[in-house]
Design a protein around this ligand. Structure first.
Ligand SMILES: CC(C)(COP(=O)(O)OP(=O)(O)OC[C@H]1O[C@@H](n2cnc3c(N)ncnc32)[C@H](O)[C@@H]1OP(=O)(O)O)[C@@H](O)C(=O)NCCC(=O)NCCS
Length: 181
């Protein structure tokens, strides 16, 4: 019996897999005819959210988007394919990985253009955080991503704590600084 069968509340990575394809139009590009970074981030957020919805079956918010690698530019007229799945579910949050390819419509050549990790938090209609089901990694790649997601969470938490400390120090300095030095 598979882990998903023994724990019906748990879901497999495969059940979260999502995909979106877009054609890159002039409105999506800069003056050089390359896809805008912000537009790509928007597509990444949407595709990531699809996987998080499929895992949690709740409302969700994006808590963080990190580790975006813009590897190659995407050209006007290319097809853009984004694939996502949940890497790990924590208590109320989920880390989702998104991988992006461009496809030249004339040659069919596929290029890996970007990768990103996002964290989504499950909430109800009133914005109260909700527990998410356990995630079951099955394949060797899923097991590796599951382990890596924990390391990234630890790194995120350490970075958040560092930023919070820096913010508090700045606020304390600003509080004591004269208004018109
Ligand atoms: C994301 C949000 C719900 C977290 O609220 P919070 O009061 O800080 O929540 P908590 O500290 O109790 O953390 C709740 C979970 O979110 C995770 N989390 C919170 N901030 C995070 C961040 N910056 N990065 C990654 N995970 C984060 C926590 O690790 C925790 O996960 P867990 O329950 O699985 O252990 C809140 O900050 C929020 O609503 N932000 C705005 C979201 C938004 O508008 N997004 C853009 C549009 S969708």
């Amino acid at each position: 019996m598979s882990p998903a069968e023994t724990n019906p509340a748990a879901r497999t990575v495969a059940s979260t897999q999502s995909e979106m394809t877009e054609i890159i139009l002039p409105n999506d590009t800069n003056t050089l005819g390359n896809l805008l970074g912000g537009r790509l981030m928007h597509f990444i957020d949407l595709t990531g959210a699809m996987a998080a919805y499929r895992h949690s079956r709740t409302y969700i918010v994006t808590a963080a988007m990190d580790h975006i690698d813009f590897i190659r530019p995407v050209r006007l007229g290319d097809l853009l394919t984004l694939k996502s799945s949940v890497n790990r579910a924590f208590t109320t949050s989920m880390e989702v990985g998104v991988k992006v390819w461009s496809e030249n419509t004339q040659t069919g050549k596929l290029l890996h253009v970007a990768s990103a990790y996002l964290v989504f938090v499950a909430i109800d209609k009133e914005g109260r955080r909700q527990k998410v089901p356990q995630l079951i990694p099955e394949t060797p790649n899923e097991i590796r991503r599951h382990a890596d997601a924990l390391l990234r969470r630890e790194h995120r938490e350490a970075e958040q704590a560092r930023r919070k400390e820096a913010r508090l120090a700045t606020t304390a300095q600003e509080d004591t600084a004269p208004i018109n030095p």
